[in-house]
Design a binder for this molecule. Structure first.
Ligand SMILES: NC(=O)c1ccc[n+]([C@@H]2O[C@H](COP(=O)([O-])OP(=O)(O)OC[C@H]3O[C@@H](n4cnc5c(N)ncnc54)[C@H](O)[C@@H]3O)[C@@H](O)[C@H]2O)c1
Length: 432
């Protein structure tokens, strides 16, 4: 099939590459010429495991091309995905300006029947808005489909190639059939294509992200209670997770959720509920708990040191989660700003997010070439992102490098007894 994907970010690029991998002809479109030039050279502007190889392979086979020329991309395609950003607007709602401007531009370029697929995360009613915008600009026939994306950064290719489900909101049988055909190779192993109306499809994505954020905030509160009463959250978590009605995923306490999706989608869901005079009380608490959680490591450090003035703190992990370089809403950002505000000196390391971090912090933070060099002369280490390479470190080397062997583990990656036996003072989340 002939496909255009407008917006070549985390979602658009992964979707484009995976659709090409299954034999489709895909043109990825972006308004950012530097990004497109890079992609045309076979380089990818983000870190996502396996993506560069997949992009290169499909580019060589000429199934995957890149352009800034939206009109040409639209004209040569039957199915057009919109995968541009929907950031938080001033009032907390999803800002639809990119989605609607793309809808307008693609409508002006249309030269026949097109299926316009909204893959961006958008509030209920956006399919109808896109339909109105397109109808105003063209006399050609078209259908609008809602197809929210559930991939996880860090495992995006796997998630797209082997999804748990594919949600398709469509009100037109012709578009539904094309979507079923397009997704057939991805759902052969049994993952269902769920067909529904556009409003329900749009809501699915927010409900799923809100549920995941709720589990994280809930478990963070359980961990905080564990600290207050002297219980161990690891034991509690295992026992709770053994209940099949609950399950084990997304029950890890930590320094709060971040990333480009959970914070903005929780906000947007509260906002569009409020617009309909519904007060989504649980989500208010989820957000409030998350804000407090991001300060929790600093509170522990203050308990330990008294003042942080002049303390040299090594930070391991800057990306909002492992296997990505994305720092949007990463908990490391408020943590580091907080440390600097308290007078601490921060030495930071991340396997992939250093360039992004340099743009955020500039000279306020010293960036280390390796995880160990960040530890030189450190009064403490704060672990913020649970990259695999931090899990089994050389503790002897760490102790030698650090001025004082203190670890604040925001992700509970170490065994408390083991690290204490090795001479470290060890603070973690919800564990004695
Ligand atoms: N990142 C994720 O893990 C994820 C997962 C599921 C859904 N989503 C949703 O998918 C959407 C895209 O997210 P993302 O993380 O890929 O964003 P992103 O910021 O990485 O990428 C968006 C891209 O769209 C381009 N763009 C913006 N306006 C454009 C225009 N008028 N014409 C052409 N290109 C334009 C930007 O230059 C950018 O490259 C959002 O709604 C997000 O909520 C994201």
């Amino acid at each position: 099939m002939k496909i255009a994907v407008i917006g070549s970010g985390y979602v658009g690029l992964v979707a484009g590459a995976c659709l090409a991998e299954n034999g489709n002809d895909v043109v990825c479109i972006d308004k950012d010429p530097a990004k497109i030039r890079m992609l045309q050279r076979g380089k990818i502007p983000i870190y996502e495991p396996g993506l560069e190889e997949m992009v290169r392979r499909n580019k060589i086979e000429k199934r995957l091309t890149f352009t800034t020329a939206l009109a040409r991309g639209v004209q040569q395609s039957q199915i057009i995905f919109i995968a541009v950003g929907t950031p938080t607007g001033e009032d907390g709602s999803a800002d639809l300006q990119h989605v609607l401007s793309v809808a307008r531009d693609l409508a002006k370029a249309m030269n026949g029947y097109k299926v316009i697929v909204n893959k961006s995360t958008v509030p209920v009613g956006t399919a109808a808005k896109v339909r109105d915008v397109v109808r105003r600009e063209t006399t050609h026939p078209f259908s609008v489909v809602s197809n929210p994306e559930f991939l996880k950064q860090g495992a995006a290719i796997d998630d797209f190639m082997k999804p748990d489900r594919v949600v398709v909101g469509a009100e037109d049988p012709r578009a539904t059939e094309l979507m079923k055909e397009l997704y057939a190779p991805f759902t052969r192993t049994g993952a269902p294509i769920m067909l529904m109306d556009c409003a329900s499809a749009e809501l699915c994505k927010y409900a799923a992200n809100a549920m995941l954020a709720t589990r994280i905030s809930f478990m963070n509160e359980v961990a905080n209670v564990c600290e207050a009463v002297g219980a161990n959250v690891d034991q509690v978590r295992h026992a709770v997770a053994a209940d099949r009605r609950i399950g084990a995923s997304f029950l890890f306490p930590g320094v709060g959720y971040g990333g480009s999706c959970f914070p903005k989608d929780v906000k947007a869901m509260m906002r569009f509920a409020e617009e309909q005079k519904y007060d989504f009380q649980i989500l208010k608490a989820v957000e409030h708990v998350n804000e407090g959680q991001k300060r929790r490591l600093i509170v522990k450090m203050e308990k330990h040191f008294g003042t942080l003035k002049g303390k040299r703190i090594a930070v391991w992990g800057l990306a909002f989660k492992p296997r990505t370089d994305d720092m949007r809403e990463a908990p490391a950002v408020p943590l580091i700003h907080g440390l600097i505000a308290e007078g601490a000196v921060v030495h930071a390391y991340d396997p992939e997010a250093m360039q992004v971090a340099q743009k955020i912090f500039g000279s306020k933070v010293q960036f280390a070439d390796t995880s160990y060099s960040a530890l030189t002369g450190a009064d403490a280490l704060a672990i913020v992102t649970e990259w695999n390479e931090f899990r089994e470190p050389d503790y002897g080397r760490m102790r030698k490098l650090m001025r004082s062997p203190v670890i604040f583990d925001g992700r509970n990656i170490y065994n408390p007894q083991q690290v204490r036996a090795l001479g470290f003072t060890y603070w973690s989340m919800g564990r004695p």
